[in-house]
Write a protein that binds this ligand. Structure first.
Ligand SMILES: [Zn+2]
Length: 341
């Protein structure tokens, strides 16, 4: 039993341990992440940018123009969630049809990440009145300051779950939050070009309360917070009266809600001797645009809404100048956004 025998034994043990550890590291399975809404999917892609596909698989469930209040998970969605390591969802009952699935997969150990959590923790959730009960408004992402909170919290969670790539997630979050801050400053300047007495967003459902809060406008919705509720004749008449009384020049159609109610308001205003335009484009509400388009990104979606609002006001005769886009903010608005027919 000499020194070399002992050394050999130590080497053998070392090799055994190495053999056990090495293959797991080399073949480590990718982190499977499922995101519900288009906004959630966009954020996951931004934060994981630079991490190889070998380590991350991302599945986005809802497509462009989909209404998340009403979306029911398909068989394939449920399968994807069952096999996921992590599910990223918006929360505050936006994904109203997902509660049962979340409950069952979380019992299997799937990590469920609610993007709204830091907004809830900070006390920034807006309430609305639903039959006399104060209810949480789920559309928190429409305030870029809330989205910055959600970005940081998601990056922290990813760093925790996948420490090998923590530096990438945190650096991506830092860069993106800087973009959100610069974009928000541009948006505030732009939205304040409209005279204070005309800063009303009249549209079919109450998705824009946070957006209004963020940019100093007031939201007037016909349908209430969730698209699941019915529109009453009284709701339409109240909005018609409001539009006439406040001399509001434009009302807007949303991308994920049928335009019929907004057209009904316009007709009623006109038949009451008033005048009101419908916006030059639809507003993005609960779903983003097609992938690989400007409106198919979070910043692009909000920016497109700002351009749509301001251009519509210009066309209705309100004098204003839209400030130059901040060149540091990506993506850059496409030329089509400045062509109005
Ligand atoms: Zn909504």
């Amino acid at each position: 039993m000499g020194f070399y025998t002992n050394l050999k034994r130590v080497m053998q043990i070392f090799m055994m341990v190495f053999m056990v550890l090495a293959p797991t590291h080399a073949q480590s399975a990718p982190l499977r992440i499922v995101a519900t809404t288009t906004q959630a999917t966009d954020l996951i892609h931004i934060l994981t940018n630079g991490v190889s596909d070998q380590y991350i698989h991302i599945t986005g469930l809802m497509g462009a123009g989909v209404d998340p209040h009403l979306y029911k998970p398909t068989v394939a969605d449920i399968e994807a969630m069952n096999q996921a390591d992590m599910i990223v969802y918006s929360g505050l009952h936006l994904e109203g049809q997902f509660d049962a699935v979340f409950e069952s997969v979380s019992q299997r150990g799937v990590k469920i990440h609610r993007l709204a959590q830091p907004v809830i923790d900070a006390g920034y959730v807006l309430k609305f009145d639903e039959n006399g009960i104060a209810t949480d408004d789920p559309h928190f992402w429409f305030d870029p300051r809330n989205w910055a909170l959600a970005t940081q919290a998601l990056a922290d969670r990813l760093a925790d779950i996948d420490p090998i790539h923590a530096a990438i997630y945190l650096a991506n979050a830092k860069a993106y939050i800087a973009q959100l801050d610069a974009f928000y400053a541009w948006g505030v300047e732009a939205m304040h070009q409209v005279p204070a007495e005309l800063r009303y967003i009249v549209t079919s459902h109450d998705a824009f309360r946070y957006f209004g809060d963020a940019f100093g406008w007031t939201m007037v919705g016909i349908q209430g917070i969730s698209t699941a509720s019915e529109v009453g004749v009284g709701d339409i008449q109240a909005v018609v009266n409001f539009v006439i009384e406040k001399n509001i020049p434009v009302i807007f159609v949303e991308s994920s809600v049928p335009p019929a109610t907004i057209r009904a308001v316009q007709e009623a205003v006109i038949s009451n001797g008033g005048r009101v335009n419908v916006g030059v484009r639809e507003l993005y509400s609960d779903a983003m645009g097609e992938p690989d388009t400007f409106g198919g990104t979070y910043i692009g979606m909000i920016a497109a809404n700002i351009y749509t609002l301001l251009q519509s006001y210009q066309l209705a005769g309100v004098e204003l100048t839209i400030p130059e886009w901040n060149a540091l903010v990506m993506p850059t608005p496409p030329d089509e956004l400045f062509e109005i027919n």
